[in-house]
Design a protein. Structure first.
Length: 252
């Protein structure tokens, strides 16, 4: 079964540059370990209206979505409320989340206040995602999975979701990549060949990445390659290499 996975990263601190995002690189690795890959990455600030609009569109789609950040109970956390608004559902205190938050509060000597319990208020019908660090859970609604912004919490929670709910999709569509460096050809010269290969090899994507020489801009080279299913990528790569040589390209 085909799987498209999106990542949503939430936080003003990312957009302002106050903090550098770490989720994209690590989530990409987590997925690759399971034969999966990202189809889309989005970064949004802590704006409830904008989050609601984004999530309304996202919930209507078919992607599996992992959302990192904004599920706390401070004034700058809006993800839980935006998810509920996007779904047209009320926020309700999840009983299992209430028990976990109450137990955690007692462990660290804090009173169980309504403010702390707000962290367990999720859109009606949500299920929880266990948090191995402090036991304050995230939540899932359908194919959307919401975890904290803290990497040490978010990443094992994403792994738990994948291993618990999507194991049957692992390595179902493994892709590989083959590439070489070519000199002496312009991308425009290579484009017809690239289009022919994609036409004749369904499921194959051909890519070209120019590598510019900052001293001599006209003296550039191109990383040229194909990526796609293991069973078909070698034939497409051989066609790309032979066609490049036919065009008098110099392969490194």
């Amino acid at each position: 079964m085909s799987t498209s996975i999106s990542l949503l990263i939430i936080g003003d601190e990312i957009l302002s540059g106050k903090r550098q995002d770490k989720h994209f690189a690590r989530v990409r690795e987590i997925l690759a370990e399971r034969g999966l890959h990202l189809a889309q990455v989005s970064v949004l600030g802590d704006d409830r209206a904008r989050l609601t609009t984004f999530l309304r569109t996202s919930f209507a789609g078919d992607d599996i979505v992992f959302s990192c950040g904004g599920i706390g109970a401070t004034p700058d956390d809006h993800t839980r409320q935006a998810a509920a608004a996007a779904l047209g559902a009320p926020l309700v205190l999840h009983p299992e989340a209430e028990a976990l938050i109450s137990a955690r509060s007692r462990e660290v000597g804090l009173p169980v206040t309504p403010g702390r319990l707000e962290m367990g208020e999720f859109p009606a019908g949500a299920s929880i995602i266990p948090n191995p660090v402090n036991r304050i859970p995230g939540f899932s609604v359908g194919r959307h999975h919401f975890v904290p912004g803290f990497p040490e919490m978010a990443w094992p929670m994403i792994e738990w979701v994948l291993d618990t709910r999507y194991r049957d999709r692992f390595h179902g569509h493994d892709e590989v990549e083959r590439a070489f460096i070519v000199r002496g050809l312009a991308e425009a010269t290579l484009t017809p060949l690239m289009l022919e290969i994609e036409r004749d090899h369904p499921g194959i994507k051909v890519f070209s990445l120019p590598i510019l020489n900052p001293v001599q801009p006209d003296d550039y080279k191109i990383e040229l390659g194909v990526k796609g299913p293991v069973a078909t990528v070698d034939a497409a790569f051989a066609r790309l290499r032979a066609g490049t040589l036919d065009l008098a390209g110099r392969i490194e």
